[in-house]
Design a protein around this ligand. Structure first.
Ligand SMILES: Cc1cc2nc3c(=O)[nH]c(=O)nc-3n(C[C@H](O)[C@H](O)[C@H](O)COP(=O)(O)OP(=O)(O)OC[C@H]3O[C@@H](n4cnc5c(N)ncnc54)[C@H](O)[C@@H]3O)c2cc1C
Length: 460
């Protein structure tokens, strides 16, 4: 049912008339996120500027049984901020204040709408470091990062968003404001509600403030790339690096299709005659960094690398890293529809998984470029397709299902960092099992008995 005029006028009273969007041309921009082939017009868009406004809007939604879909920048890749019909899209991007950098406790407090890049810059300006670096960090918001428990290129050594969240301000579906966590390094008082909200994909509450842990900035960094004629040589190099007790901050992989697209797009100077490329970065104490970089180069050569290139300075390091950072954009240029997935397996199964994806591409006559966080076992098979071609989309779905089934069979997961949202919810029950599904549903019902918050996401 369309939003009533009384709900709209109450929303205008709460946030101001300019921050309630109802015109079709405004709503179109909020009718999709970063996920391909998913679109739905909302009833309206509300832009909140304060926690009090968030609380009042949720109270109104609760009273009127109106669906609310929280949204940051809409870069999500599982349809998490896709509107439900006639819902309020609740955008937090205007809550963008960096509130405090506490140099004594090494923490940063920010509103949920601050971008990840702004957090990283503020930490850097204080001589500190915020490691989570999703590829979307220039536009993704901190609230979106927490709601998805986002990863990034540094996950192998530094972990993901969850590892840096000390506290959260969350507005519950009934409008009550809750604080969980604090600046203490240790705190075991009660259940960790903070951990419950991290990765909850906008289904349990609206995150309004985030207290983050920062760490000292590494003194030095070295970047290198190695290319291989065969993918299993790259996979073996990764295993050998880890077995040599080296934990690089970045250990990324590009396959042949991705290398060609990147080279076409960015002209980084990558060799086109290889099947796999590894981007490796080590950071820390300068002496350790030199030693680890030399050892990684040696291991790549021992596994038959055709070329090993060590960046001489920061500019060259940035150029080499841009090959990986630009992978998605490069692939997105070559087909009308780009579907980016994140099947994830234990590291020891990487070569098997990459081979399986290539087999699925051949079996279903599809073009798939694969890149990803090799060090984490987190792969991004990227389908280069056309959503208007019904036959091809059917084959894409079949290939997807086989790829996820194989990832789970190999001891992996259906999503390493993009979340369940709409895209993976059909796969969740089989992956999570009956007991986990029951507990998740009961938790959701306890916090949101009317099911107003992000309905139809993660599970129905
Ligand atoms: C080019 C590109 C590269 C990417 N690279 C990575 C990567 O390396 N690693 C990675 O993990 N992801 C990556 N992503 C996915 C995406 O950027 C992340 O999931 C990101 O955290 C989403 O942030 P957002 O602000 O855009 O959130 P949105 O897309 O707006 O929302 C995502 C989810 O969070 C919920 N949400 C948003 N804000 C709040 C809030 N304040 N309170 C409660 N719920 C909220 C929404 O309801 C939705 O379910 C990439 C995406 C793109 C397009």
């Amino acid at each position: 049912m369309p939003l009533s005029s009384s709900i709209l006028s109450e929303l205008r009273r709460i946030v101001g008339p300019g921050d309630v969007l109802t015109e079709k041309e405004d709503l179109i921009a909020y009718s999709f996120d970063g996920t391909a082939a998913l679109r739905q017009m909302p009833g309206c868009v509300v832009l909140a500027a304060t926690t009090a406004q968030v609380s009042s809007v949720l109270r109104l939604a609760q009273e009127t049984g109106t669906a609310v879909v929280p949204r940051g920048s809409g870069t999500g890749l599982s349809g998490g901020s896709l509107p439900s019909p006639d819902c309020i899209v609740f955008c937090l991007a205007k809550m963008d204040k960096l509130l405090e950098v506490d140099r004594a406790n090494l923490t940063l407090l920010a509103e949920a709408g601050v971008t990840t890049a702004e957090v990283a810059e503020a930490a850097g300006a204080a001589g500190l470091f915020y490691p989570p670096d999703p590829g979307s960090m220039k536009s993704s918001t901190l609230g979106g990062n927490v709601a998805e428990n986002s990863g990034g290129l540094r996950g192998l050594k530094y972990g993901v968003t969850r590892n840096y969240v000390l506290g959260l301000e969350v507005v519950l579906p009934d409008g009550e404001v809750l604080w969980t966590g604090n600046k203490c390094v240790k705190d075991v008082a009660g259940y960790s509600l903070r951990d419950l909200f991290i990765g909850s994909e906008g289904t349990l509450g609206v995150i309004t403030k985030v207290l983050l842990k920062l760490i000292p900035k590494p003194a030095a960094k070295r970047t290198l790339i190695a290319t291989f004629a065969r993918m299993d040589q790259a996979a073996q190099t990764v295993s050998d690096i880890i077995a040599a007790r080296i934990i690089p901050c970045t250990l990324e992989f590009l396959d042949r299709t991705t290398i060609r697209c990147v080279e076409d797009f960015a002209r980084v100077g990558l060799p086109l005659d290889c099947e796999a490329l590894l981007l490796m970065e080590t950071d820390g104490h300068p002496a350790a960094v030199e030693e680890e970089a030399a050892r990684m180069a040696e291991l790549a050569r021992a596994n038959g690398a055709a070329q090993v290139l060590v960046a001489r300075d920061e500019a060259e390091a940035d150029r080499l890293a841009s090959a990986r950072r630009g992978a998605f954009s490069a692939l997105a240029r070559v087909a009308p529809t780009t579907i980016l997935e994140d099947a994830t397996v234990p590291r020891s199964q990487l070569a098997n998984m990459v081979r399986f994806i290539a087999g699925a591409a051949a079996k279903y006559r599809l073009r798939i470029g694969t890149f990803g966080h090799f060090g984490d076992g987190n792969l991004h098979p990227t389908f280069l397709t056309n959503e208007l071609d019904a036959d091809e989309m059917r084959r894409v779905e079949q290939a997807f299902k086989e790829i996820f089934d194989e990832a789970v069979r190999l001891g992996g997961t259906i999503t390493g960092e993009h979340g369940v949202g709409v895209s993976k919810k059909a796969f969740l029950p089989q992956f999570a099992g009956g007991a986990q599904m029951r507990v998740m549903r009961e938790l959701r019902r306890a916090l949101d008995p009317k099911g107003i918050l992000n309905p139809g996401k993660m599970f129905d």
